[in-house]
Design a binder for this molecule. Structure first.
Ligand code: SAH
Length: 350
């Protein structure tokens, strides 16, 4: 049981563990959430844009084709980070099938750490007749050959763990997870911070009383930026997130489509947090990359989602049309995914 692994670590170290460490156990342990039964999709705890509608992957696919034609027009890697069930890639490959030169030049690299999802992706690719692609799986972008690439990541960063910090009497403390042996319950406490690197980071948060920081997101994103500058590549990140910190901890856990307590059910519930896009943009600026930042609604509309939807409707019956309209609205709704999801495109200026 994951609970026992966490309790063991807490008793071994004789102090609370960071929320980041706790989430790592819950999501990525061998018995963790992402190695469990299917978390994504209509029957899972959360549903992502490509699982809502084919329109999402189609618009992204046409956009990718466009970038390739203008900037690459030759052999390239299509890299997807955290492909889930593989639905997004399948929609991209289906819509771009008519472009034979593009098709012939794709090498697919998938970055995935979840063994059961890798199997699901393999099954889904085999059962689709989209041509025979040479697909490689890696556990980290660092293992992929440095070649010209188009990298996509939908809802990848929001599942990377965060740490929580609170300023008390003008001093930063870390919110950590401890375990009460008598009550048999996890609980939060606030711990002194000795790590000078993290203290240095926190000293920049002058206006905030709390801070939510994801070292793993920063680490991963820096590797992407490095990859892009060295290979003149492009990366499209789509995620739930903000530019200005909303002033509260955005970490949330969801069980059976309902908000739950992070400390309950370790390994059995989804855990995510909003992506701090301002932070990512600042990192990309340090690498002198070109940056485009817009909402999901803006991105999809600029690149023709309305026209594509109208086209699909022409061959559909009334019931299907209703469904297409509803799914379309879900993707671009200003009160929901349309504005809460952001698109960050970074590329090499050279
Ligand atoms: N992009 C998909 C799924 C999003 S869920 C969609 O839009 O439907 C997050 C995905 O990222 C899962 O496939 C999960 O297993 C994977 N993942 C999480 N952390 C990862 C890491 N550090 N490296 C590689 N894959 C990771």
């Amino acid at each position: 049981m994951i609970d026992n692994k966490i309790i063991d670590e807490i008793s071994r170290t004789k102090k609370g563990i960071s929320i980041e460490r706790y989430i790592n156990f819950c999501l990525f342990d061998r018995e963790g959430y992402y190695n469990n039964i299917n978390p994504i999709g209509k029957s899972g705890d959360f549903i992502t844009s490509p699982e809502i509608s084919q329109l999402f992957g189609e618009i992204l696919g046409l956009y990718i084709y466009d970038i390739w034609k203008k900037n690459i027009n030759n052999s390239f890697n299509l890299i997807e980070l955290g492909p889930g069930k593989g639905s997004l890639l399948l929609d991209i490959l289906r819509i771009t099938k008519p472009f034979s030169k593009f098709y012939k030049n794709i090498n697919i690299n998938l970055v995935e750490i979840n063994k059961s999802l890798i199997n699901k992706q393999k099954q889904n690719f085999l059962s689709n007749k989209l041509g025979s692609f040479n697909i490689k799986w890696s556990s980290d972008i660092l293992n992929i050959k440095k070649e010209k690439s188009i990298i996509i990541a939908n809802e990848f960063f929001d599942c990377l763990p965060v740490r929580h910090f609170v300023k008390k009497n003008n001093q930063w403390k870390e919110k950590v997870v401890n375990y009460n042996n008598n009550e048999k319950k996890f609980f939060y406490e606030f711990a002194e911070i000795n790590d000078s690197k993290i203290l240095c980071k926190l000293s920049k948060y002058t206006k905030n009383e709390i801070a939510e920081i994801s070292d793993q997101t920063e680490y991963y994103f820096k590797n992407i930026c490095k990859f892009i500058s060295e290979t003149s590549s492009i990366c499209i990140i789509i995620d739930y997130g903000y530019y200005n910190f909303p002033g509260y901890f955005t970490l949330q856990s969801i069980l059976n489509h309902k908000y739950s307590n992070l400390l309950d059910n370790p390994g059995r519930q989804d855990i995510s947090s909003l992506v701090n896009f301002k932070n990512l943009i600042e990192i990309a600026k340090n690498f002198e990359l070109s940056i485009e930042y817009l909402t999901q609604k803006e991105f999809l509309e600029i690149h023709g989602i309305f026209e594509r939807k109208e086209n699909i409707k022409k061959n559909s019956n009334e019931e299907e049309i209703d469904c297409i309209e509803n799914e379309y609205l879900r993707l671009i709704d200003k009160k929901n995914m349309g504005s809460e999801f952001k698109v960050l495109i970074i590329s090499n200026k050279k």
